[in-house]
Write a protein that binds this ligand. Structure first.
Ligand SMILES: C[S@@+](CC[C@H](N)C(=O)[O-])C[C@H]1O[C@@H](n2cnc3c(N)ncnc32)[C@H](O)[C@@H]1O
Length: 265
């Protein structure tokens, strides 16, 4: 056995520590509400990451329900398991869900769809695994230009670290166009699709934490690893370029809206 830290697990802990509270946790309640998750439900969370939705759903479904979280990243699942062993964590691909037809009372997926190689197929898979009449809810970020500080980060990355790094940070925003989103769901055979665009707020302890979250927590998840020297250069640039988002108490706060898409199996 090697004592070397596993980079995928380290990146997942960084994601959990730096991103989850700042950006992702606020969407758990809206997504679970939209999906109508309640006592006794069997819930599937697709692209669960470190498991913020799945673990918070345990309280809703109670002891008569059950929650399964699926992700393609073994590092993400290792962190999820160590935080909450009460969820069934499953390694797998959203394009080919390893579950039976009609197995779940609700299926949710927040901020994963934009990374799937064939998102329409993944939506079809979620619909297949949901019981007839039950809800499938998918959250995706609004377009990049509505997400305030991210275009600045992407520009800094492009200049200091190159196109691949910049694209890794652009990727979360590629499904922001609601017409494209509707087309994807239509392609997957979804009917009665509703898109609720909701206000969200990114709240990081500082500019440095926000940018480090991406450089050390997100880029490695996308397979991009930067040298410490480059990271320090980008952080120094960012402190200047983003100072207008800093509040009196030093936090970095900006709008981060998302689309919550609901459909029925
Ligand atoms: C931005 S994270 C969101 C995680 C979690 N839903 C949350 O709210 O914190 C995106 C997740 O999608 C997962 N992912 C990417 N491609 C996937 C695929 N083809 N199948 C399943 N999960 C995938 C990644 O491993 C990552 O955990």
């Amino acid at each position: 056995m090697s004592d070397q830290p596993d980079p995928a697990v380290e990146a997942a802990w960084a994601y959990e520590g730096l991103h989850v509270n700042a950006l992702f946790r606020q969407w758990v309640e809206p997504v679970l509400d939209a999906a109508g998750v309640t006592t006794g439900h069997r819930l599937l969370d697709v692209a669960c990451g470190t498991g913020v939705v799945a673990r918070e759903a345990l309280g809703r479904v109670g002891p008569t329900g059950a929650v399964t979280g699926l992700d393609i990243g073994a590092g993400m699942l290792a962190v999820a398991e160590s935080i909450e062993p009460g969820v069934t964590w499953t390694e797998g691909d959203a394009s080919e869900l390893p579950f039976a037809d009609d197995e779940f009372d609700a299926v949710v997926s927040q901020f994963g769809l934009m990374f799937f190689p064939d998102p329409a197929r993944a939506i079809g898979e979620m619909l297949r695994c949901a019981k007839p009449g039950s809800r499938v809810v998918v959250a995706v970020w609004e377009a990049l230009d509505r997400s305030e500080a991210y275009p600045i980060s992407i520009d800094l990355l492009n200049r200091r670290a190159g196109r691949a790094a910049a694209d890794a940070l652009r990727a979360p925003f590629v499904l922001g166009d609601t017409d494209e989103l509707r087309s994807l769901f239509a392609e997957a055979g979804a009917s009665a699709v509703s898109i609720d665009t909701q206000h969200g707020t990114a709240r990081f302890p500082s500019v440095r934490t926000m940018v480090e979250a991406d450089l050390r927590g997100w880029l490695p998840v996308m397979g991009v690893f930067l040298d410490d020297e480059v990271i320090e250069l980008i952080l120094a640039d960012a402190e200047d370029a983003m100072s207008h988002y800093v509040t009196d108490d030093g936090q970095m706060v900006f709008d981060a809206p998302a689309h919550v898409v609901t459909t029925r199996s």
